[in-house]
Design a protein around this ligand. Sequence first.
Ligand SMILES: [Mg+2]
Length: 140
Amino acid sequence: MIEQIHVFDFDDTLFDTFNTETFIDEICNVAKSSIDNPTVATALCTARRGEKETVIRTKSLLKNKGLVFDYHIFKPEDFDYENYVFKELYISKLIDKFPSAAVLAFWDDCDLNLNHVKTSVTEKGLSYIPIKCGPKPINN
Ligand SMILES: [Mg+2]
């Protein structure tokens, strides 16, 4: 039975897109544990556009890293609202699939996303755990 839902952003959460273009192991390891836990439903939720090429490239990067989520949510090409609106809407839809879940944890580097998602999670009666991410600053 699903007890928790764990949602991971991609850019600057699982993957250091703008500096090293490599995976951020600390968060990837957390995601792996979630994926391996049968009581947790997992989702990637990224504002990367859902066009075919982007989806294939992103999923292939994840698969090579050993990360295959239950759901891979990309921002629809025709969805013209802000990213935080997109994330709140799609995470809200995800919650509806798992009535037994009591907790939603959300890893994202953007405070606006983390704060905005709180509204629908708490309205639906789940406990909310926001985890602020971001690549470590490059030293020297
Ligand atoms: Mg991000």
